[in-house]
Write a protein that binds this ligand. Structure first.
Ligand code: ADP
Length: 272
């Protein structure tokens, strides 16, 4: 198990008691400098992540799962694009979880999630996740409290199973401000090439911002564990968000100390 407190990612580890109002979404703690300096560092981190992923993929001894959660326009898609730019797409498995289909709703809420958990050698990326079942579902009152409340411990038990089976789990909340969301949603509406990302339902959720913040705080507090820690990443500045998530991914892979398998039995083989 990773001792996250001893890594560079410790900056973003969620505290035991979470108060999102006290974490500045525009902050840049431990950034190497201004935007230009941080972007230069991001380039280096991309190379580092790519090298680690190469060995991790070859070794196939464990899997990594990155769970990304954020409010609408929180930067999840951009984060996936930017953080994994240098990596080999063959070793990635990205899943976006939207409104459950009728078939998914006919099963328990973790059914569709479990099916997309990464195999050994694979980095799984969840763009939204099982946490929607205690976030959107709770805030929009989709199921009664008696159904969503036990889900926190159900989720923790589920994540324990994954961890015990060799999955390193990192859960990241991209923390944006209400003002930044307003700007980004307006941009989506005004830019014809971005409009496809907008849904009027985003505005309904925006009205429920305070309820979402409380639901996030609860979800993070109740499911934060050594095996499946939460990180809260200030995400108003996209260049900073990329720096933070790259750092977390590198720490996750570094701790596994991946190395290319030796295949000593092939020593001396000569190809005719
Ligand atoms: P995104 O907003 O992530 O880019 P979409 O526009 O397809 O993608 O929105 C997905 C929507 O599905 C979000 O509003 C999210 O809250 C919702 N959603 C995801 N999972 C669930 C769930 N289990 N129950 C209810 N709503 C969910």
């Amino acid at each position: 198990m990773i001792t996250w407190e001893k890594t560079s990612s410790a900056t973003w580890l969620a505290p035991k008691k979470v108060s999102l109002d006290e974490i500045d979404p525009g902050g840049t703690p431990t950034a190497p400098g201004d935007r230009a300096a941080t972007e230069a560092k991001v380039e280096k981190l991309r190379t580092q992540l790519a090298d680690l992923q190469d060995a991790f993929r070859a070794e196939e001894s464990g899997s990594v799962l990155l769970v990304l959660q954020a409010m609408d326009a929180g930067g999840k898609d951009g984060c996936v694009k930017q953080v994994f730019k240098g990596t080999n797409p063959m070793g990635l498995q990205v899943t976006s979880f939207g409104l459950p289909t009728p078939e998914e709703l006919a099963h328990d809420f973790l059914w569709r999630i479990h099916a997309r958990c990464p195999a050994k050698g694979i980095i799984g990326i969840f763009n939204r996740s099982h946490y929607e079942d205690v976030l959107a579902v709770r805030v929009r009152d989709i199921v009664p409290r008696s159904v969503w409340l036990p889900r926190y411990s159900q989720i923790s038990n589920f994540e324990d199973i994954l961890a015990a089976s060799g999955t390193t789990i990192v859960k990241v909340m991209l923390h944006i401000s209400n003002d930044e969301q307003k700007l980004r949603l307006q941009k989506r509406i005004d830019n014809p090439n971005k409009r496809w990302k907008f849904r009027t339902g985003d505005l309904d959720d925006r009205k429920l911002w305070p309820e979402y913040m409380r639901a996030y705080e609860d979800a993070i507090e109740k499911t934060n564990s050594d095996e499946a820690p939460w990180f809260i990443v200030p995400a108003d500045k996209k260049w900073y968000r990329d720096f933070a998530v790259l750092t977390i991914m590198i720490d996750a892979l570094k701790a596994l100390n991946p190395s290319h398998p030796k295949f000593a039995e092939y020593d001396g083989i000569v190809v005719d």
